[in-house]
Ligand binder design. Sequence first.
Ligand code: 5GP
Ligand code: ZN
Length: 116
Amino acid sequence: MQVDDCLFCKIARREIPSEVAYEDDEVIAFKDTQPIAPVHLLIIPKEHLLSVNEITPEYEPLIGHLFGVIQRLAQELGVTESGYRVVTNTGADGGQVVGHLHFHLLGGQALNAKIG
Ligand code: 5GP
Ligand code: ZN
């Protein structure tokens, strides 16, 4: 299910333009508009889930598939060997701004802070 006023649902529906790097029936990946690294993609399920807190067992295949997409994108972008980081901010203290589950794929340079 998608949500009418959710930014990332709108991106998934192509109502708001984005630079799409990958798409299938369940997942879409697009460039972050404010990149903090040379490689900075956002990978999301098309279904509206608020955050990690909503990943119940029925979504395990979807999340497994999504991580397969992340692996493939890392390969395509040439960061598999050099390394990369996958980040999911959850809730206020986690720094989550957009309320639609998303995974940041960051790489292309040495990323310094390990936490925080
Ligand atoms: P959060 O802090 O919720 O984990 O990250 C949200 C991310 O979404 C931020 O890195 C921000 O730059 C990105 N973002 C916000 N609005 C848009 C948009 O309209 N398009 C795209 N492609 N990225 C966005
Ligand atoms: Zn949404």
